[in-house]
Design a protein around this ligand. Structure first.
Ligand code: IPE
Ligand code: IPE
Ligand code: MG
Length: 264
């Protein structure tokens, strides 16, 4: 089945959480003979379109990978430019967030961000606190292994203090120690630019996510590209370890007592 547009989407099967790896800014700029930072600057429009599309269609949580722990290893001028861009765009996009009632949150090692980036981010988080249509989570100076180690340390400390018992430690104790605590796992992960890898992103949370890869470079990503990813998601059968037959049987109406009597 071909995707023709937003109207082809089943409104009853919209993922509640979509995670995105916004990749390909550098290559987009290079293709145009521009410096990499122009790719990052032109990625802001794609962020706006994705945020609006997600809110419009009823996605409740949208997580965008904006800067990884490993990205600190890029040339210093690119890192500086990215940090400046983050300050500028959190500032310039605040109206869009307010207009669409979108709440901003951030995950990652925020203490490692420059003061101006951190302060601007905090201002936007505070200002949008009471918005309720969708939560936009920026993964900043984020890596999944960093997050997992941080959770393990927190749990180890609680066990030491006697607040948690290692013998009864459960999956939910671990989930509560992650930075995404309280947020449902993403049902769909989108990565642009043709790369097919996870790059240290939400390793625990993506355990059962559908993965969608597109060759579109991030600065070219538009609402329809987002809706197309959702459409592809809706064509997938999510089995969670079961067989396809089991799933189809579960969706059939359960016969009531009178049916049993008739066939007995
Ligand atoms: C993604 O684009 C943005 C960040 C990682 C901050 P890239 O900068 O990775 O672009 P490519 O992969 O080099 O094309
Ligand atoms: C992942 O993209 C991080 C972000 C999109 C912020 P990268 O471009 O840094 O990923 P790798 O290193 O090529 O896998
Ligand atoms: Mg990249």
């Amino acid at each position: 089945m071909f995707f023709r547009g937003k109207e082809d989407l089943n409104p009853n099967n919209i993922p509640s959480h979509v995670a995105v790896i916004m990749d390909g800014n550098g290559r987009w700029a290079k293709k145009k003979g521009l410096m990499r930072i122009f790719g990052h600057k032109n990625g802001v429009k794609a962020v706006r379109e994705t945020v609006e599309a997600a809110a419009e269609i009823g996605v409740k949580y949208l997580t965008l990978y904006a800067f990884s722990t490993e990205n600190w290893n890029r040339p210093q001028d690119e890192v500086n430019a990215l940090m400046d861009l983050l300050v500028d765009s959190t500032h310039s996009e605040i109206d869009t967030l307010m207009k669409n009632s979108i709440k901003l949150e951030a995950i990652g090692d925020l203490d490692s961000l420059p003061k101006s980036t951190r302060e601007n981010l905090q201002k936007a988080i505070d200002k949008t606190r009471n918005n309720s249509r969708m939560t936009l989570i920026l993964a900043l100076s984020y890596s999944s292994r960093w997050e997992i180690i941080k959770a393990v340390k927190e749990i180890a400390q609680k066990c030491k203090n006697g607040d948690l018992n290692p013998d009864t430690l459960s999956e939910s104790d671990f989930v509560n120690a992650l930075s995404t605590s309280g947020i449902p796992d993403p049902e769909l992960m989108i990565r642009t630019s043709g790369e097919q890898r996870i790059s240290n992103y939400l390793l625990w949370q993506l355990a059962y996510a559908e993965l969608y890869f597109t060759d579109v470079l991030w600065p070219d990503f538009r609402k329809d590209d987002f809706f197309k990813a959702l459409f592809e998601y809706q064509q997938r059968e999510r089995r969670f370890g079961k067989t396809g037959d089991q799933l189809h049987a579960e969706t059939k109406p359960v016969p009531d007592a009178s049916t049993y009597n008739k066939t007995a």
